[in-house]
Ligand binder design. Structure first.
Ligand code: FMN
Length: 481
């Protein structure tokens, strides 16, 4: 496990997974052009360390998580799905039958205790404290030509629930409005926004800290769709099997990662009018127009003596977020199975911007089963923002778009198998008439049963005679194919 970004970067460099860019490049659009080309290379391209960003001493690292290999390395698991199974075991512990069984569970429970974030007195992130903060002293890029300005794109936005004090960490973009002001783009369905509206009801200011870097797991957990009551830094501790070290803020009553590169401290005052945020070249591949969001007043910036600025871009897919989304998909599969054991696999393709398509395969047991699963998914956390859910039989590999189209096309009669419904929609969706609310489609692409109104004989799938297969297997090497 890596303590901070620098350790991770060093490891990637040793493995030939990172390229240093020595050419001087402007943070205004030029970094994007390089990152965009590289992240569209086969398997996500390499991580990029821009050593000379025009006008700045601080280097910028990008595409750090932009491949399955690097994403898995950052998390510390060969396959991120293992993390989900670990959570599954915590949620659904087998009841120990004997004293020995109880003893066997002790290390697992201890590990959970060890995952609780630890508050330390000193953190390297506070080596430099700037009480007269100037956001323009950081190499914050402007990504796309029509963006409303410079944007922090990989900040962990930390707030506390104004009632319960439970921490939330969300990955929300922040637009630089001035030397000490940021627009905070937490969308209405997200936990940060919920804290803001609670603070408004209670007539309180909401303190905010935005952390850049830390243990490489941390930028990822900020993007993970955890339930509101689950602290993302506890989740990070479970992944790392050691606690995240946190240090108390200088001007805010918020603890943030002690090993971060940079932290921006401040507050949002819900009494203030909302401000214009955007436009922003978004992960849909389109510009999101200007909308109203709260502004954060920056009270201090703290950083390491030699920090590295972590950056990502979004745009026409695929981009680095493909791999963050992939990790989420894999980690959350066991948790979906916890709620819906009939689910075999699911896939939220990056080309569908994660919220447009959900392909799910199930072990179908009764008539209408596909609709039961689709409705349940549409009620499950941020899965509720999915627009089109297509349900397949268990033998369809939903990771393979070719197979998905084959089964979808063959098995669906649109008159019978499609349900149009409505509900909350991702606020980035531009197709709906209203922002954040619109239509959804459930498609049952499973084999149809008599009880579901199918009056013909469902055809048999073509399969080779097993004896012939066996014979050809034994001859295969001789055939020179
Ligand atoms: C690169 C990237 C940028 C993101 N930007 C935003 C954003 O600006 N606003 C937002 O609400 N969600 C954004 N998200 C999605 C959230 O990070 C994600 O929904 C997360 O679960 C939110 O945390 P929360 O559930 O604690 O609110 C982004 C995700 C990624 C990977």
């Amino acid at each position: 496990m890596f303590k901070n970004l620098r350790e991770f970067i060093n490891r990637l460099e040793r493995e030939g997974e990172l390229i240093r860019i020595k050419e001087s490049l402007s943070p205004i659009l030029e970094l994007t052009e390089v990152i965009d080309r590289v992240s569209k290379m086969k398997d996500g391209g390499k991580a990029l360390l821009f050593e000379k960003v025009e006008g700045y001493e601080i280097p910028v690292v990008a595409n750090l998580y932009g491949s399955k290999r690097r994403m898995s390395l950052a998390l510390g698991y060969e396959n991120p799905e293992e993390i989900g199974w670990k959570l599954y075991r915590i949620l659904r512990p087998e009841i120990p039958q004997t004293f020995l069984d109880k003893l066997k569970r002790l290390p697992e429970l201890k590990k959970l205790g060890d995952a609780i974030p630890k508050i330390v007195k000193k953190g390297e992130v506070q080596e430099v404290v700037l009480r007269d903060p100037d956001l323009y002293s950081l190499p914050i890029p402007k990504c796309w030509p029509e963006d409303g300005g410079r944007y922090i794109t990989f900040g962990q936005t930390i707030t506390k629930d104004p009632e319960s004090g439970i921490r939330n960490v969300g990955l929300y973009r922040l637009q630089v409005l001035g030397k000490d002001r940021l627009a905070v783009h937490w969308q209405i369905h997200k936990d940060g926004s919920h804290h803001f509206w609670k603070a408004k009801t209670l007539g309180k200011k909401l303190e905010v800290a935005v952390a850049i870097g830390g243990e490489p797991v941390l930028p990822y957990v900020a993007s993970a769709p955890l339930p509101p009551e689950v602290d993302e830094y506890l989740f990070a501790g479970i992944i790392m099997e050691k606690p995240v070290e946190l240090v108390k803020g200088i001007t805010v009553d918020i603890e943030y990662p002690a090993n971060a590169e940079i932290v921006i401290e401040g507050y949002v005052d819900p009494e203030e009018p909302l401000v214009d945020e955007g436009p922003f070249g978004d992960h849909t591949g389109y510009y999101t127009p200007i909308r109203k969001y709260p502004q954060m007043h920056v009270t201090a910036i703290v950083m390491k003596r030699n920090p590295i600025y972590l950056h990502t871009i979004v745009g026409i897919p695929p981009q680095e977020d493909k791999y963050l989304g992939w990790a989420t998909e894999r980690i959350f599969l066991p948790l979906i199975k916890f709620n819906l054991p009939e689910v075999v696999d699911y896939h939220l393709p990056a080309e569908g911007c994660f919220h447009n398509f959900c392909f799910v395969s199930i072990k179908k047991r009764y008539p209408g089963h596909a609709f039961k699963v689709a409705h349940a998914l549409l009620g499950l956390g941020l899965m509720s923002l999915e627009k089109i859910v297509v349900v397949f039989d268990e033998w369809i590999n939903v990771q393979d778009i070719g197979e998905v189209l084959w089964a979808w096309g063959n098995n669906v009669d649109p008159l019978r198998d499609v349900v149009i419904t409505k509900g909350p929609i991702d606020v980035l969706d531009h197709a709906t008439d209203e922002v954040g609310f619109g239509g959804k489609m459930i498609i049952d692409a499973t084999t149809k049963w008599k009880e579901e109104g199918y009056r013909r004989q469902w055809p048999r799938l073509i399969e080779m005679d097993p004896q012939v297969k066996k014979k050809i297997d034994s001859l295969w090497d001789k055939l020179g194919l």
